[in-house]
Design a protein. Structure first.
Lengths: 628, 295, 170
């Protein structure tokens, strides 16, 4: 049975290669291979539902064993990765239909990213982890640059920041290797338990930079808005729903796999009875939540809006994981799953809109609800889940995080978390209103809903938002079991919610949704009894007597929250991007003015350098090291 | 079981009756402030019935029609979560934090319906409504946290029980109570926060295209909304009540003070309203919160 | 028996309708001046359940105060057609009856009744608030007895009204 772990890890890679070869035969072969292999991976993942395997050695490198392992927490992320990848492959078939670019390598890279992420969550040692981490970064870079000219620039930004993160991780791993000579998780934990505080801090900070770049926590987020919005429609949900969760997973492993001793014992100084390390992470996450929310409100581009919202939502995940209490960590992990579901849904639905209309500029769209009702309904479920309104899934996980923070009396973080959620109302309404509501522009009068292959993944995710919202116990089964392995006290839960005592109040989502449904039906019946309404066209509209014509743009969608923008003007001016740009400019100046003196591009200069170096080397050899 | 069903039917009707009575009193009261005779006391009933009995109704689409229905469904749902006079039907199924978001369901439905009316006035109205909500939400969450920390629970019935025998939160958290009053006032959209409907600027905002039975539904929803917001304030700060009459008297007292402010104040600009909420109410609420934390 | 109940329902509906009349007014200069005193404390038309409303979808009464010309007639017709049944039209002042002081102007619509069905006229230039309120009271009586059926006439004689409108508006 354990050999299956390796098979599962290999499946997407083999599938990717086969899809590449199959694409040479016919494009349907390529589709068939991609779908089959991603589905196979999903099935294989289900074999490990709630299974814990301590370690399968699959090789060794530099004297350190390479290990694969799995536990319910890994399985949670494994499930996110495999399920989302499968849905995205299906969506890609519809969306990337026209052979505008070489799609053979597209599916190969899609499956490689999936395989790399499976490798990350199954890794039992840091070498395996880092190897797959790098494969993930590079293959996802190739996926991002499929989006066209602009996406190449976005891809550069992404890969440069990823490399910075990867180097910093690499240094940490090298430090650990030098100290422990083994990079298996258990050994790393013991090493860190016996190390000096300075060593621990450096390791954690260096590893943390790597994870925070991937998870796009606030000071290191700048790659995300560009990369997520410029990537092709099916890739965005993969990046936003799945890839950034790897940062959260890494953080979880470091905090509770490696540092459990430090966090459990009161070794670190603590604030609000939280170890200072966690407290700093919490603040970074909370700042991400609020600032990214403000930025998302002011966006005019549908995918950029969702990208900023991703930064904000991953903030909740990290905030939950960093609370350190059972309820909070469970909430954070659950939110990782929920965010994958609803953000994947939103990106796919927006992708469907882009597929039909060719634009993602919010002020160009409008009134599509009559043309794309199914996409609208799915997107509606997605935004309700994102805004954290019961009875959908986003509410439950956010509720857990709030309650955890309230129990710990971390009020300022709690206020920020609340504000991020209220702000979410603003930007999600902006999204749905500007795309689907308001007046339908004349040029979109012949738009149809997207083909069935694109509908299916959207609707699978839409139904999941309801299922995980009403039955949070389904996810809790996995999360609570997994957290026990990391030394957390199990929290009490039922299939439908949380009884009194788990948090400061009880929650039973099934009652909420049942009463809502009954109240809705009652109101609807009353509505139907009354005289019928007649449908009027959008041009038969109140305009103080003016006759509305298609030529008149009778729509309010540009600068939707302009007045709110005036309130937060001073906050919007602060740009982290500007600090980075300052360094970019500095590097450019350094390159242009100083390095150019050396690397002149002139052959004679380079030749003279060679002569000089050779002379010095020859002199050194001739003198036989007598110089020193 | 029979009792449960009975309560389930009576509670929304009761809430509607209370909300409607406030609407009635307000019409008359405002008229008296303006030195008018005012309409008959049951004028809102005539208005609602007339709207519901309109022979002709228009709709811009399914979402347009669903908007008022979702709004009423959301309001009825929140009614069940507010413990009144010992009746707490669903209070065990969701706490104060859940209620904050349950109360948003109705607004969301309303916003969707208004958006589907394809009228820029409605869109501007919703944009203002959400901005205003963002404004008053900051002080609101701070006072909710203060109350939850004061009583070490977020269970509403427990909060009400802890305030029995006159130990109201109004006495222990006076600053939070004042902010709570201002926030409730803002949430009801009375002057000077009637930026959302502002008839002279955006032609009643979200309701611009609503007429007939749709508008009737929205008026019914307004009655529920009045009830929910004020009842929540009474439960949080005035200790709820053991029977419905005392509860009504407390609610009426709150509403009476609100009416005093209404009709004599002009209208805020939307960004000024947000700035207002983020300035004084927030500062006062934070002071109160810090007092609770230190205590 | 069934017919009786239907009649009764209708009479109840009419009773409710007359107690709550919401008004949208089309105003030109002088005519509008008479409305503020009618609404405010001196005469207070809210006593009868009358209130000014904003949009055409919400209103029951279309009050045409003063003269109409070719440009404004189009707007008034749009507003009238957007209103929901049952709806009533009141012509306010002499201008709506025969053009008033503008009786010989080429651009003024002389007779409102030819373009949209008026249920009631208030004569005078200008009618005082007492006259306005008395007109509203009269309209209530008409509604109660089911005689205020301008909206039905408009539907029945749509071709006639459209023809007249087309002649003026082109």
């Amino acid at each position: 049975m354990n050999i299956l772990l390796e098979i599962m890890l290999a499946t997407p890679f083999i599938g990717g290669l086969l899809a590449f070869i199959g694409g040479k035969v016919h494009r349907w072969v390529r589709f068939a291979v991609a779908v089959t292999f991603s589905f196979l991976t999903l099935i294989e993942a289900f074999v490990y539902y709630n299974v814990t395997i301590k370690g399968v050695v699959w090789g060794s490198l530099f004297g350190s064993k390479l290990i694969l392992q799995t536990n319910p927490i890994s399985w949670l992320f494994l499930f996110i990765v495999t399920a989302m990848s499968f849905l995205i492959v299906i969506f890609s078939i519809g969306d990337m239909e026209e052979d505008r670019i070489k799609l053979d390598s597209y599916y190969m890279q899609l499956l490689f990213v999936e395989g790399a992420m499976i490798g990350i969550v199954l890794a039992g040692d840091l070498i395996t982890f880092f190897m797959f981490w790098e494969i993930m970064s590079w293959t996802s870079y190739f996926l991002i640059i499929y989006g066209g000219k602009k996406s190449v620039a976005a891809g550069y930004k992404y890969i440069i920041m990823s490399i910075i993160g990867a180097y910093s991780m690499f240094i940490a791993i090298a430090m650990l290797y030098v100290k422990a000579h083994s990079l298996v998780y258990a050994d790393v934990a013991t090493t860190l338990a016996h190390s000096s505080a300075t060593f621990v801090v450096w390791t954690v900070v260096l590893l943390g930079i790597g994870f925070f770049v991937k998870a796009a926590i606030m000071p290191l987020h700048t790659w995300l808005p560009d990369a997520h919005s410029e990537a092709p429609s099916p890739v965005s949900p993969l990046l936003s729903g799945v890839l950034i969760k790897m940062g959260a997973y890494g953080l979880f492993i470091v905090l509770y796999g490696f540092l459990s001793v430090q966090l459990a014992g009161n070794i670190m100084p603590s604030v609000f009875s939280t170890p200072i390390l966690l407290y700093i992470i919490q603040w970074l996450a909370a700042l991400s939540i609020v600032l990214a929310t403000f930025l998302a409100i002011m966006q005019e581009d549908a995918k950029r809006l969702l990208a900023y919202s991703s930064i904000s939502q991953i903030g909740y995940v990290v905030l939950g994981i960093a609370t350190g209490t059972s309820l909070g960590v469970a909430g954070g992990l659950f939110h990782a799953l929920n965010h994958a579901i609803f953000k994947g849904l939103l990106f796919l639905a927006v992708g469907a809109v882009i597929y039909r209309t060719g634009t993602r500029n919010l002020s160009d769209l409008g009134g599509l609800v009559k043309k794309m009702p199914y996409t609208f309904t799915a997107l509606l479920l997605g935004i309700i889940a994102l805004a954290g309104v019961p009875p959908l899934n986003g509410f439950v996980s956010k509720w857990m995080i709030y309650e955890a923070l309230l129990q710990k009396k971390e009020v300022f973080l709690l206020i920020m978390a609340f504000i991020g959620s209220t702000g979410a109302f603003l930007y999600v309404y902006r999204l749905i209103h500007s795309i689907f509501l308001g007046q339908l522009p004349k040029k979109y009068e012949n738009v149809k809903d997207v083909p069935i292959l694109m509908q299916v993944p959207i609707w699978v995710l839409a139904v999941s938002t309801i299922i995980f919202g009403i039955f949070p116990g389904l996810a809790m089964n996995v999360i609570v079991k997994g957290m026990k392995l990391f030394g957390f006290k199990p929290i009490a839960y039922t299939l439908f919610g949380f009884p009194q005592g788990t948090a400061m109040g009880a929650l039973k989502v099934i009652n909420i949704s049942a009463v809502l449904a009954i109240a809705f039906v009652a109101a609807w019946v009353l509505f139907l009894i009354l005289s019928k309404s007649r449908k009027v066209s959008q041009y038969d509209n109140y305009a103080a007597g003016q006759v509305v014509t298609p030529e008149l743009k009778y729509n309010y969608s540009f600068g939707f929250y302009m007045s709110f923008g005036r309130v937060i003007k001073s906050i919007l001016k602060l740009g982290i991007e500007r600090i980075y740009n300052y360094w970019v400019d500095a590097a450019k100046i350094f390159g242009d003015y100083y390095m150019r003196r050396v690397y002149t591009g002139n052959l004679e200069t380079y030749n003279s350098y060679i002569v000089i170096v050779v002379t010095i080397a020859a002199a050194a050899i001739l003198l036989g090291g007598k110089l020193w | 079981m029979v009792k449960m069903i009975l309560i389930a039917i009576v509670a929304p009707l009761l809430a509607f009756a209370i909300g409607l009575s406030f609407m009635m009193i307000k019409r008359k009261f405002v008229a008296r402030i303006q030195r008018r005779y005012g309409p008959t006391i049951i004028q809102p009933i005539f208005d609602i019935m007339k709207l519901l009995l309109k022979e002709d109704n228009i709709s811009h689409g399914i979402i347009f029609s669903l908007g008022p229905i979702i709004a009423i469904a959301g309001s009825i749902l929140s009614v069940f979560f507010i413990p009144i006079a010992g009746l707490n039907m669903l209070t065990g199924s969701g706490d104060l934090i859940a209620l904050l978001y349950i109360m948003a369901i109705g607004s969301l439905g309303m916003a969707l319906g208004a958006g589907d009316s394809a009228n820029p006035n409605a869109s501007i109205g919703i944009s203002r409504a959400l901005t205003l909500m963002f404004g008053y939400d900051l002080p609101l969450v701070i006072i909710v946290i203060s109350v939850a920390l004061q009583y070490h629970t977020t269970d509403l019935s427990a909060i009400v029980a802890a305030q029995a025998n006159g130990h109201w939160a109004l006495w222990s958290l006076p600053l939070s109570a004042i902010v709570g009053f201002v926030v409730t006032y803002g949430a009801l959209g009375e002057h000077p926060f009637d930026i959302i409907t502002a008839p002279h600027e955006v032609a009643t905002g979200p309701m611009v295209e609503y007429g007939g039975k749709h508008l009737g539904f929205l008026m019914i929803n307004h009655a529920f909304h009045l009830y929910v917001e004020i009842a929540l304030f009474v439960d949080l700060f005035l200790g709820g009540a053991s029977n419905i009459f005392i509860f009504y008297i407390k609610m009426f007292a709150v509403f009476f003070i609100m009416m005093m402010f209404d009709e004599v104040l002009p209208r805020f600009k939307i960004d000024d309203a947000v700035r207002f909420f983020w300035k004084w109410p927030t500062v006062v609420a934070l002071i109160s919160l810090i007092i609770v934390l230190v205590k | 028996m069934e017919k009786m109940t239907e009649e009764q329902v209708k009479s109840i509906a009419n009773m409710l309708r007359k107690r709550s009349l919401w008004m949208i007014h089309y105003c030109t200069g002088c005519g509008a001046m008479e409305l503020p005193p009618t609404m405010t404390s001196r005469y207070d038309m809210e006593r009868f359940g009358l209130a000014p409303y904003v949009t055409s979808r919400q209103a029951d009464i279309l009050l045409i105060t003063g003269y109409l010309n070719v440009k404004t007639l189009r707007r008034v017709i749009t507003v009238y057609e957007q209103m929901l049944d049952p709806k009533y039209v009141i012509g306010f002042g002499s201008c709506t009856l025969n053009g008033g002081v503008y009786w010989d102007s080429y651009a003024v619509i002389k007779q409102l009744d030819r373009y949209i069905p008026a249920d009631l006229y208030i004569a005078g230039c200008m009618p005082r608030p007492e006259a306005v309120i008395s007109a509203f009271r009269h309209l209530m009586e008409l509604i109660d007895s089911g005689k205020a059926d301008g909206y039905k006439r408009y539907k029945r004689n749509l071709a006639y009204y459209k023809e007249n409108q087309r002649k003026v508006l082109g």
